[in-house]
Design a binder for this molecule. Structure first.
Ligand code: GLC
Ligand code: CA
Length: 562
């Protein structure tokens, strides 16, 4: 099998996501900061990563922890100064690490100067930078809802009109129809590119073009409302313009948060000939366990559906586009708690999930702390929660007669704060994250789960991740090879081959907490003897060639077949 895929550095890279608020506090104020990141660059270098995706570090009232930006050209005071950021760029570069930054331009903060001006009067020069609408029948213009509960329209008394906010009311949506506004965004992008950033992760980028006339939600809609907002009529025109005017002038990578994007249309965004973005994150697997209309309600899902997501997207991308492989980020629960077993098989299942991350086709993204198997947290009181999505949903839940105890049952598995507790660096007080009081409580399991302990233990998840990073770098087949699933309906085993020209790997992953037999098809069984195992998450390797593999709980094996 040969491949026609164009090679690129960002396809061969491993990306590590940093949520600065929770990464490392250097000055004891309880908030992670830029100098804290600099302190840990050697740790990241050792892990083997190539690129850091830095979540927003700009000035922000922190209604949504930095995703509400009040100045695109600055640095949040709590995080440090522009000099700190420049030093971070320099120190990263010294270590051969590139940095991509978050571009949050579907909306700004309501405290951004543009919005402060915009709301002043209907004829203010910045009025049209945002989306204003007169009341309809004395109420909001339509039935659109915010991702964070309630109407997406907020009434502003000064001019007697509503403005649109798909997120919180402190995150007014920017009006991409306005040429001047778009030019301002491009100018800002050039500012950061000229400082040396290697690209952007683009926040909710498919939402920037709004449906003209703001039609009401379609009745037959099954509740997955992101699709109503995504991929509006001018989105590709805007992204092509951005590419032409800005991105194409630099050797950079981009990854869009592909909210609402379907496999059928993905190459309109990332196909090479589209000249828009390089990758998007797709969310099929991230919403499998949720009711479509309730981010905090559980739905049963099967491993087959999970496999189907990855298979569908890889096929849809083909040789034209490129995928991104992630299992969690700052918006979702911890991967080991969600897809693995964070109790008796935490070690095994976290390693198994890591194996998935590094052996599927696409650029792998590690979210901070997953490399040591950090888990969800179950705070005892709603007072311990910070995330605006969780808190807004809680308020609505109480209004509908629910209680705190009932709501905690939803928050425990699903709150975004699961991923935002401070990174656990060592077993000292506050997990070595801060000398002060952390802005969000540390997960009480830090004495057992922390970087220092993991560095000392040869059998740790961290060391296994390092091996995985190396493995992917050594074997091109893991980057560019085609994937073929074996026994797709199997409810417990996710197995696939990766093939590139005359090289072939076999990956077998158990999602079961009991021992499970897996029968290999004949043509693979002849190769799959234990001498071909190049990676396994159990210290004692399996023996003997056989066509029935007996997999231990959450066992992961990678065979080099040829
Ligand atoms: C993205 C971010 C999320 C944020 C939202 C609004 O989904 O990842 O954290 O709340 O956009 O900016
Ligand atoms: Ca700090």
């Amino acid at each position: 099998m040969t491949t026609n895929i164009t090679k690129a550095w960002w396809k061969e890279s491993v990306i590590y996501q940093i949520y600065p608020r929770s990464f490392k506090d250097s000055n004891g104020d309880g908030v992670g900061d830029i100098p804290g990141i600099i302190e840990k660059l050697d740790y990241l270098k050792e892990l083997g990563i190539d690129i850091i995706w830095l979540c927003p570090f700009y000035p922000s009232p922190n209604d949504d922890n930095g995703y509400d930006i009040s100045d695109y050209y600055g640095v949040m005071q709590e995080f440090g100064t522009m000099e700190d950021v420049e030093l971070l760029f320099k120190e990263a570069e010294k270590r051969g690490i590139k940095i991509i930054i978050d571009l949050v331009v579907n909306h700004s903060s309501d405290e951004h100067n543009w919005f402060v001006e915009s709301r002043k009067s209907k004829d203010n020069p910045y009025r049209d930078y945002y989306i204003w609408h007169p009341p309809v029948n004395g109420g909001p213009p339509n039935d659109w809802v915010s991702f964070f509960t309630g109407s997406a329209w907020e009434f502003d008394e000064v001019t007697g009109e509503y403005y649109l906010h798909l997120f919180t009311k402190k995150q007014p949506d920017l009006n991409w129809e306005n040429d001047q506004m778009r030019q301002e965004i491009y100018k800002m992008m050039r500012f950061w590119l000229d400082k040396g950033v290697a690209g952007f992760r683009m926040d909710v980028i498919p939402l920037i073009s709004k449906e003209p006339g703001f039609p009401p939600f379609p009745k037959d809609f099954d509740g997955y409302f992101p699709q109503v907002y995504a991929s509006g009529p001018r989105v590709h025109e805007f992204l092509k313009e951005m590419n032409r005017e800005v991105l194409s002038k630099y050797d950079v990578m981009t990854v869009g948060e592909g909210i609402g994007v379907t496999p059928e249309e993905v190459n309109d965004y990332v196909g090479e000939s589209s000249k828009e973005l390089n990758m998007v994150f797709h969310f099929g697997h991230m919403f499998l366990d949720r009711k479509p209309d309730d981010m905090l309600a559980w739905r049963d899902w099967s491993l087959e559906e999970f496999k189907d997501v990855f298979e569908t997207w890889e096929k849809a991308l083909g040789n034209e586009g490129w995928g991104s492989i992630f299992l969690g980020n700052h918006d979702f629960p911890r991967i080991v708690s969600r897809f693995g077993n964070d109790k008796e098989y935490r070690l095994e299942s976290a390693k198994m999930l890591g194996t998935l991350l590094f052996t599927l086709k696409g650029t792998p993204y590690i979210y901070q702390g997953d490399e040591i198997g950090m888990t969800n947290v179950a705070f005892p009181s709603m007072e311990d929660y910070n995330d605006v999505q969780t808190l807004n949903a809680y308020r609505a839940f109480l209004e509908n007669g629910g209680t705190e105890v009932e709501f905690l049952k939803k928050a425990h598995p699903f709150s975004r704060d699961n991923a935002r507790t401070p990174v656990q660096w060592d077993a000292s007080e506050q997990a070595g994250f801060t000398n002060g009081q952390p802005w969000l409580k540390v997960n009480p399991n830090f004495k057992e789960i922390n970087v220092e302990t993991a560095l000392r233990d040869k059998n740790s998840i961290l060391h296994y991740y390092k091996k995985l990073v190396k493995l992917r770098k050594q074997h091109e087949v893991l980057v560019y090879g085609e994937t073929e699933i074996i026994d797709k309906p199997n409810p417990e085993i996710y197995a696939y081959t990766r093939t590139l020209e005359n090289r072939q790997m076999l990956v077998v992953l158990s999602f079961s907490d009991t021992e499970t037999d897996f029968v290999l098809p004949g043509h693979l069984a002849t190769y799959a003897n234990s001498s071909k195992v190049i990676m396994c998450n159990y210290p004692v390797l399996p023996h003997a060639a056989q066509n029935t593999l007996t997999l231990r709980p959450y066992e992961a094996r990678v065979y080099m077949l040829k």
